[in-house]
Design a protein around this ligand. Structure first.
Ligand SMILES: *[C@@H]1O[C@H](CO)[C@@H](O)[C@H](O)[C@H]1NC(C)=O
Ligand SMILES: *[C@@H]1O[C@H](CO)[C@@H](O)[C@H](O)[C@H]1NC(C)=O
Ligand SMILES: *[C@@H]1O[C@H](CO)[C@@H](O)[C@H](O)[C@H]1NC(C)=O
Ligand SMILES: *[C@@H]1O[C@H](CO)[C@@H](O)[C@H](O)[C@H]1NC(C)=O
Ligand SMILES: *[C@@H]1O[C@H](CO)[C@@H](O)[C@H](O)[C@H]1NC(C)=O
Ligand SMILES: [Ca+2]
Length: 459
């Protein structure tokens, strides 16, 4: 990271902190970069497969941003803004029709490090006392795993109330990530907390923090963070030196892994900085939101079946380049003809190479097919599960659910005669049943975070 030579004090701070983050990065995250390698065995040259994942990178290059309300960006019609500390200093002009005076959303994601900064700006709070609320939604249309703090930089004072939310299902449902307020009790009826108060046990708690909202000296305290690394550090140690412990934990605790996984983020700006306790109703041009930079670092989620994720410009979308005979945007299922055993996520364990859990060709699979949707159809309403087992409807049993279950005291009819009406028709090979669903990894959604005391050797 090169810094321009002539800098103001605050720009120096920004540059230094950025370069530190960049340096730490590869050291902490360079494992699992190879998916397979050639090895010699008694049978000759073969492949050895390993768990692998793409490198972490700057994810803001690949997102789409949408604002709600859509016309909240300043400059249409043009407006003049005053500074927060001095209502007589009104030299910030916003005009959407002039390139130099426009503040479109893209300026939250352009290259920073120049002076003056470029930023998105909202229209001012001229609807006071109605709240000035803006939703900024960042969408990847791809599951990604966050690997570093989310950092927002505000150019006009940090909001007095805001909420960061995440979605794991492409924006259908949302859950809070963190609340931010000058007064958590007043704003959200939550006790103020800081990330430092979290423990391994409470790691997944959603907190409200006052750390990033207080302070009138907005020129020096411009950033709002969602602290990913501090949360990792609860398992990996203060300088993330023991990543083995974190990986082991991510492997065994589905909820923990999901916590850092998103398809979308939403920044809900609820109340702008006012500086004073009272809003100056005579000059509402002092109150607005302005964001110069948003940092999101992460990697594509490929279920440890790919070390490369590419951006398809035509589709405008990221996708994993799947190995291990897996396929899908997240390598979330086995390729055709590779259902020799059920799909499974790769494993970080054992450190350092993990386990690939590759998909196996049908003919090589350890278990032959028990059921499918053609010749070995599950009967009487049963459904075929991973080609290994028919899930029978109540009242039926047998490998293909071909037998009725014996009544407790009644007669036991082993094979219903052909003329007998069947209670349930055989399951049709419809499209909804033809694709075997990937099985959830051990430790499903409902399992609470179990704290495994991980014995680590350190480094
Ligand atoms: C932001 O999103 C929330 C949740 O969907 C919604 O209730 C709220 O009205 C939105 N705010 C704005 C300003 O669009
Ligand atoms: C945005 O659009 C809404 C509805 O069309 C309108 O009521 C509102 O005044 C507009 N706001 C601005 C700042 O132009
Ligand atoms: C308020 O804003 C206007 C511009 O809208 C500006 O001319 C004026 O100096 C500002 N300050 C006060 C105290 O009115
Ligand atoms: C997301 O990606 C899918 C293809 O995987 C595409 O069909 C869909 O239109 C995309 N959605 C958006 C909002 O770009
Ligand atoms: C898929 O499996 C076949 C046979 O095991 C192997 O030759 C091929 O390299 C595999 N493909 C990938 C992408 O791993
Ligand atoms: Ca910018």
């Amino acid at each position: 990271m090169r810094c321009p030579e002539i800098l103001t004090l605050q720009a120096v701070c920004v540059c230094v902190s950025v370069s530190v983050a960049m340096q730490q990065y590869p050291a902490a995250w360079s494992h699992y970069d190879v998916c397979k390698s050639r090895i010699y065995t008694e049978e000759g040259l073969t492949w050895d497969y390993m768990a692998c994942q793409p490198e972490a990178t700057v994810m803001t290059k690949y997102l789409t941003v949408s604002l709600d309300p859509p016309n909240i960006t300043c400059g249409d019609p043009p407006e003049t803004y005053c500074t927060l500390e001095n209502p007589y200093m009104c030299n910030n002009e916003c005009d959407a029709s002039t390139d130099e005076l426009a503040h479109p959303p893209e300026l939250m994601f352009d290259f920073e490090g120049r002076n003056p900064t470029t930023f998105w700006q909202s229209s001012s709070w001229n609807t006071f006392p109605k709240p000035l609320e803006v939703n900024i939604t960042l969408s990847w249309n791809k599951t990604i795993e966050l690997t570093d703090d989310i950092i927002l930089t505000f150019e006009s004072g940090r909001p007095e109330q805001m909420l960061l939310e995440k979605s794991l299902d492409y924006g259908k449902t949302w859950t809070p990530y963190q609340f931010y307020a000058t007064d958590c009790l007043d704003a959200f009826t939550m006790e103020p907390k800081t990330v430092n108060e979290l423990t391994q046990r409470t790691l997944l708690d959603i907190i409200c923090t006052e750390d990033y909202s207080r302070g009138y000296v907005w020129k020096y305290d411009k950033t709002v963070r969602f602290e990913i690394k501090d949360r990792f550090a609860l398992f990996a140690g203060p300088r993330l030196h023991n990543m083995a412990s974190l990986y082991g934990q991510l492997d065994t605790t589905r909820n923990l892994r999901d916590f850092f996984t998103v398809t979308d983020l939403r920044i809900r700006l609820l109340k702008p900085a006012t500086g004073a306790t009272m809003v100056d109703e005579n000059n509402l041009s002092r109150y607005f939101y302005a964001i110069s930079d948003i940092k999101v670092q992460g990697r594509c989620k490929c279920n440890l079946h790919s070390n490369s994720c590419v951006f398809d410009k035509d589709k405008g979308k990221l996708g994993c380049e799947c190995e291990h005979n897996t396929t899908g945007p997240d390598c979330g299922r086995c390729k055709r003809h590779y259902h020799g055993r059920p799909w499974s996520v790769g494993s970080y364990l054992p450190i350092p190479r993990g386990t690939a859990n590759i998909c196996i060709h049908r003919s090589h699979g350890p278990v032959p097919h028990v059921c499918d949707n053609a010749m070995l159809l599950c009967q009487n309403g049963g459904t075929c599960h991973n080609h290994q087992r028919c899930h029978c409807a109540p009242g039926f049993k047998g490998v293909l659910c071909e037998r009725t279950r014996c009544q407790v005291h009644g007669p036991c009819e082993e094979y219903p005669t052909a003329g007998q009406p069947s209670l349930h028709p055989p399951s049709p090979p419809g499209p909804s049943r033809s694709a075997p669903l990937p099985t959830a990894p051990p430790g499903g959604d409902m399992v609470l975070l179990r704290i495994v005391v991980f014995i680590t050797t350190g480094q």
